[in-house]
Write a protein that binds this ligand. Structure first.
Ligand SMILES: [Zn+2]
Length: 154
């Protein structure tokens, strides 16, 4: 049974969603995006779970994708990691973390990111770089200028 991100919940037909693994927080999100869809999902057989996101956050820190992932995204990722099931997602950051971990994933539509990348903080003053560890704005340790998140090569 695959783990389904919110794009799948919004766009897939009910038959395809049946039996999928989803996070309780996605239902909340879906109620805001599409109340009709949320009602439909509650009427079919799905596995609704809740899970801590510690491991998922650590994995997202490793690739620098943490700032691009919402709490709901992180919970969906945590479900995929803990169950070992394939994650269906169109979110490039979720795909990137999965690729980094060697975890199976597939896109909901047909756009799948091609390469592995990571993000890093780069100082706008002295160009010093460091890992993205939190969602907070960062200041350069070297010169005190603001740091911006930039894509980096692996
Ligand atoms: Zn600096």
């Amino acid at each position: 049974m695959p783990v389904l991100d919110t794009a799948a919940l919004l766009h897939w037909p009910a038959e395809k969603l049946q039996g999928g693994i989803v996070a309780h927080s996605q239902l909340e999100e879906l109620r805001k995006l599409s109340p009709e869809r949320a009602m439909l999902l509650e009427s079919i057989e799905m596995e609704w779970l809740s899970i801590g996101t510690g491991d998922a956050e650590a994995a997202a820190v490793a690739t620098g994708d943490l700032t691009r992932l919402s709490p709901v995204d992180l919970e969906v990722l945590a479900l995929a990691l803990s169950t070992g099931q394939k994650l269906f997602t169109d979110d490039y950051s979720l795909q990137n973390v999965c690729r980094h971990l060697g975890h199976p994933f597939e896109s909901v539509s047909n756009k799948r990111s091609r390469e592995l990348w990571s993000w890093e903080l780069k100082c706008i003053g002295c160009r010093a770089t460091r890992k993205v560890e939190t969602k907070q704005e960062a200041e350069c340790d070297v010169c005190g200028s603001p740091m911006k998140v930039k894509r980096s090569r692996n």
